[in-house]
Design a protein around this ligand. Structure first.
Ligand code: 3PY
Ligand code: MG
Length: 263
């Protein structure tokens, strides 16, 4: 089976830089996949992406060096299994609040006896190779999103779930619940201590510590703080920013920091 290079990067203590796709386009997926990201995630939660689009985006990513990942809309096992069959090499699952929920998520990603994934690997075979069924349980990456108050409280139990590779902080949702305001770079003391807690638990259990960021500079700061899986903004944010910069340069004006998309 094609090795999951993200697992190799983690073993070698190299941080993973993960692109993020919210626009339903195989062309966008292909472009991002060729930019040097270690992984690119197709976002079926807040992205404008249905299964049919996700399939073509995973196909496009297959022709690039980036490892194809998905963020699912929720922890429904059937949908997780279908996206793995479509060739996702890893799943990011939002709003994980308890160890039981994390267990159900991981189980959907693992064939028996370790889990309950139904057999029908489909594109998994085309992308991964003929021996995909024998190795998929080891190669498929599983990241539980920590972005609820309960998830933060249960972080140690969640990280103890066998087969879970790590966690990915959703800083907007987490800050919304902890401070009343959604902000990916919040410096509210409650957020700072929440992030420190997640980082130290991941360090202790040697699990992946991931987080969504709003820029490359913000991602660099997160890596310096100890995160080893960062997303330096999504396609919408990057497209908006690049457009504002081009317009401002053409008009010889200052570049506005935020645009209509809110970033
Ligand atoms: C969050 O910040 O809540 C996210 O889910 C990032 O995508
Ligand atoms: Mg979120």
């Amino acid at each position: 089976m094609r090795a999951n290079t993200l697992k190799v990067a983690v073993a070698e203590h190299r941080p993973i830089i993960n692109g993020w796709l919210a626009i339903p386009s195989s062309y966008s997926a292909e472009i991002l996949g060729h930019q040097g990201y270690d992984a690119v995630t197709v976002d079926l939660q807040h992205g404008m992406i249905d299964f049919a689009s996700a399939l073509t985006m995973l196909q496009a990513l297959s022709a690039t060096p980036a490892v194809p990942l998905v963020r699912v809309a929720d922890d429904t096992p059937a949908r997780i299994m279908q996206l793995l069959d479509a060739g996702a090499y890893g799943v990011i699952c939002p709003m994980i609040s308890t160890a039981e929920q994390a267990q159900r998520f991981v189980s959907a990603c693992r064939y028996p006896p370790q889990g309950t994934r139904s057999f029908g690997p489909a594109r998994g075979l085309l992308y991964g190779g003929a021996d995909y069924p024998q190795h998929a349980n080891h190669e498929i990456l599983t990241l539980a999103m920590i972005e609820t108050r309960e998830g933060l409280a249960n972080i140690e139990h969640i990280l103890a779930v066998d087969g879970l590779d790590g966690v990915f902080i959703g800083p907007n949702d987490l800050s919304l619940t902890l401070t009343g305001t959604a902000s990916a770079e919040s410096t509210h003391p409650n957020m700072l201590s929440a992030i420190e807690r997640v980082l130290s638990c991941c360090r202790n259990k040697q699990k992946i510590a991931g987080i969504f960021c709003t820029s490359g500079a913000a991602a660099a700061q997160r890596i310096a703080a100890g995160f080893n899986f960062v997303t330096p903004a999504n396609d919408v944010m990057q497209l908006g920013r690049a457009s504002r910069e081009a317009i401002a340069l053409a008009r010889a004006q200052d570049i506005p920091t935020t645009g209509a998309s809110g970033y």
